[in-house]
Design a binder for this molecule. Structure first.
Ligand code: DX5
Ligand code: ZN
Length: 224
């Protein structure tokens, strides 16, 4: 089933617990947490103490997206803080295979992320064992950016490779997803849909998640 993952980056950090409760009531089962270091991306967000507090406040799965240099140095800390899945960027990992294996050795799901300018071929060698692939549909760093349309071709390509290789890793998409473009993205093959500003800047985040789930369900029925 296609999942909507609200990204807390666009939530009100002074009211995090309520924001989480509202998307949980809307049917979300996973939360997307964006960790940024001000080096790999031109923005700084939060680290393990915030993840730990969120872990204590909810039973939802926590999907931690590491937009940091040397992610391998911090994996154990984020696992201890409560991550259920961790994704690392192809662009930050000189030893991508080892870093993904390190995440899996901690007993959680390992994802690989590619930026808009990174082709699918750059992760070909890890497709057979990775737990999920995250395709960035904006340049990472900020919420509220416009979806880059060319990303759809990458989702289609990944879906094709997945089928050819007989694999079933979920394809995650992150950036610029809203109620208008969601159906097309799901039809292209995305399974985990991250949505930040379109959820938390809406009047009713819970309702928006519910509407997105419904649109995703309809779109799955007519996948390409
Ligand atoms: C951007 C982050 C995203 C961000 C998406 O670098 O990785 O997860 O929260 O925000 P929207 O959905 O507003 O594009
Ligand atoms: Zn993200």
């Amino acid at each position: 089933m296609v999942q909507i993952l609200p990204s807390l980056l666009s939530a009100d950090f002074a009211r995090l617990a309520q924001e989480i409760t509202s998307v949980e009531a809307g049917g979300a089962s996973m939360l997307h947490l964006d960790v940024m270091d001000g080096h790999f991306v031109p923005n700084i967000t939060f680290g393990t103490p915030v993840v730990e507090s969120i872990r204590a406040a909810t039973d939802l799965k926590l999907d931690v997206h590491l937009m940091i240099e040397h992610p391998e140095r911090f994996i154990r800390d984020f696992v201890r803080a409560g991550a259920d899945s961790i994704s690392v960027h192809r662009e930050t990992c000189a030893h991508l295979h080892g870093t993904l294996r390190m995440i899996q050795a901690e007993g959680i799901l390992a994802g690989v992320v590619i930026n808009p300018a990174t082709p699918v071929i750059a992760i070909e060698e890890v497709l057979d064992f990775v737990d999920f692939v995250l395709v960035m549909s904006v340049n990472p760093g900020f919420g509220g950016q416009q979806f880059i349309p060319r990303t759809l071709a990458k989702i289609l390509e990944l879906q094709r490779r997945r089928r050819e290789l007989g694999l079933n890793f979920p394809i995650e998409i992150d950036g610029g997803v809203n109620l208008q473009n969601l159906a097309e993205i799901v039809r292209a093959g995305a399974d985990w849909i991250v949505a930040g500003s379109s959820v938390f800047h809406s009047d009713d985040p819970g309702l928006t998640v519910r509407q997105m789930q419904e649109l995703a369900r309809e779109a799955t029925a007519i996948r390409v």
